[in-house]
Design a protein around this ligand. Structure first.
Ligand SMILES: C[S@@+](CC[C@H](N)C(=O)[O-])C[C@H]1O[C@@H](n2cnc3c(N)ncnc32)[C@H](O)[C@@H]1O
Length: 526
């Protein structure tokens, strides 16, 4: 979207609250400067940052003579100083603000009510968590606390401005390396710096460091959380011992479509790459999953039949009790066109391999689930959101990692690649693979679990190799999802498996179908 168009949209949002374009424009200008011209954090939560900054500027003008800030920044307008400094104990009062510039607390409260109402009128009150629209009571209380002893000097004001700039992190410089792997989150200098004694919204504007098609922001509106330590990776990568056999020779000519050109979906008779999905492509021309296919995948997952399972004689996942395999679901696969195919990259049967295109955001959940992922745009049913990316480990390696790990290092992010164990000879521990996103992964590592009625479903996707002990695990929407909704998927946990070696979380998914309702904390990894 062009800058002009984005600005118009921002004004539309603020006009709904009767905010004057002229003043909003100045605030917008400052925010763009702060965010290094990245619109995403400004547009997130229906322009919450912009609206907050506007009101906070108003309050500042009323309290502490914000003109000092203006002068020191050499700007012709006031700086939305408290954008990132919420709940400060040291909010100051001042005699400097001129009456004409100042909104009374009453007026501010009124405007905030208008904002609340506007949310309701848009019918989105349930999707816009209130605490994201309005500062929490603690903050509001502190912002009215000005006392004589708190009056700040121009020098102190200047200090505060510096704090503001430190309170927000911008990790949006493009990483030109083509590896798809960035270690941004490990470098201490790239962590947001928060001010002592102050609570800042912490924002990383792009956790992917430019490795994805889209930027993915991380926002901690509480300003209190330790930022996750992991290495962002766009693609799976072998840790050490895993054997993933990718070669052109393994791709049989009859399973590819070298005779195709352009878009395979546009020809009347589907090519060889649709064989896997019963002669019909899994995707529609609009890029979503075909209704029928999605329905079949969901019903397999939600109502698994006995014949959907295979049982190992000696299960690599049940090493502590080898006599008992719980069964592995044999899943439906999507097969995408690839290197030997004659079609182009825009072919409708190349969705997952083109990567993330949705606007996503990592945020701190309120229900005690830790970080979560939300969409910043409406997503139709069957939309590809992202794949689950991690280090490719053998089961042996995962066991080793788990046995060494303790406390925070526990591996709560592994996914077993067992979707096709039934068609192969039983794999040994050294052969069976899983994806571990504990240290390295993509945005999917932040997606939380929800029992049964999750908004996403994981579907195995064959891309580079027909050898299905390795495949991609792609997440698609199970229904229409609204902007601002948290994205969840059903990890498929058995919360009653008290013997599972990995103890895990007490589920707070909030689903009325929650499988973990009747018992205290139990088990498990993904
Ligand atoms: C793949 S991670 C998801 C991201 C995680 N919330 C974080 O902060 O990094 C899985 C972990 O998230 C937490 N989690 C996920 N879904 C949950 C739920 N429904 N209830 C409680 N905790 C959950 C658990 O700690 C789990 O081990």
């Amino acid at each position: 979207m062009a800058r002009r168009e984005r600005a118009d949209k921002a004004f539309n949002a603020t006009r709904a609250l009767n905010l004057p374009d002229k003043e909003v424009k100045l605030v917008l200008k400052h925010l763009l400067k702060l965010f290094d011209n990245n619109w995403e954090p400004i547009e997130a939560e229906d322009y919450r940052a912009l609206i907050d900054a506007y009101f906070e500027l108003k309050e500042d003008k009323g309290k502490d003579g914000c003109e000092n800030a203006v002068v020191e920044h050499g700007e012709s307008s006031s700086l939305p100083r408290r954008l990132s400094l919420r709940g400060q104990e040291d909010q100051v009062s001042s005699t400097k603000g001129s009456a004409s510039q100042v909104s009374s607390p009453k007026e501010n409260a009124k405007r905030k009510r208008v904002w609340e109402n506007a949310v309701v009128e848009h019918g989105e009150s349930c999707r816009l968590p209130k605490q994201l629209c309005l500062r929490d009571p603690e903050d509001r209380a502190s912002s009215t606390k000005g006392s004589a002893s708190q009056v700040s000097s121009p020098k102190e004001n200047k200090k505060r401005i510096v704090s503001l700039q430190q309170g927000v992190t911008f990790l949006n410089k493009r990483d030109s390396s083509s590896s798809g792997c960035s270690n941004s989150c490990k470098k201490p200098e790239q962590q947001p710096v928060t001010c002592e004694k102050k609570r800042s919204i912490q924002i990383i504007s792009d956790i992917t460091k430019g490795t994805e098609n889209v930027q993915i922001s991380l926002v901690d509106a509480t300003g209190k959380k330790q930022l996750p330590k992991f290495t962002y990776m766009r693609d799976n990568i072998i840790y050490q011992a895993a054997y993933v056999h990718i070669s052109l020779a393994r791709l049989a000519d009859e399973d590819c479509c070298s005779g195709c050109s352009g878009d395979c979906l546009s020809v009347p008779i589907p090519c060889a790459c649709a064989q896997e999905t019963n002669g019909e492509f899994a995707y529609t021309a609009e890029g979503q999953l075909r209704e029928e296919f999605l329905k079949a995948c969901m019903s397999m997952k939600l109502e698994p039949q006995e014949d959907h399972f295979v049982y190992c004689l000696v299960c690599p996942l049940e090493r502590s009790k080898p006599e008992k395999c719980k069964g592995h679901m044999v899943r439906k696969f999507i097969k995408e066109c690839w290197r030997k195919c004659g079609c182009n990259m825009q072919c409708g049967n190349r969705v997952v391999q083109r990567g993330i295109t949705c606007k996503l955001q990592v945020f701190w959940t309120r229900e005690g689930k830790g970080w979560g992922v939300k969409t910043l745009q409406d997503l139709p049913k069957g939309t590809f959101v992202c794949e689950y990316v991690g280090e490719i480990l053998t089961n042996t390696e995962l066991f080793e990692r788990n046995s060494k790990a303790s406390g925070d290092e526990r591996h709560t992010y592994p996914v077993t690649l067992d979707a096709d164990w039934g068609s192969e000879k039983i794999l040994k521990d050294e052969e069976a693979l899983c994806l571990d996103a504990t240290f390295c992964g993509n945005v999917a590592r932040f997606i939380n679990h929800r029992c049964f009625d999750a908004s996403l479903i994981d579907i195995p996707v064959e891309v580079e190799t027909p050898d299905r002990h390795y495949y991609h695990l792609a997440l698609f929407t199970t229904r229409d999802v609204k902007a601002s909704e948290e994205l969840t998927w059903d990890y498929g946990l058995d919360f009653n498996d008290h013997e599972h070696p990995i103890k895990a979380f007490k589920c707070s998914c909030g689903s009325k179908f929650c499988r973990d309702q009747k018992r205290p904390a139990v088990q498990v990894s993904l």
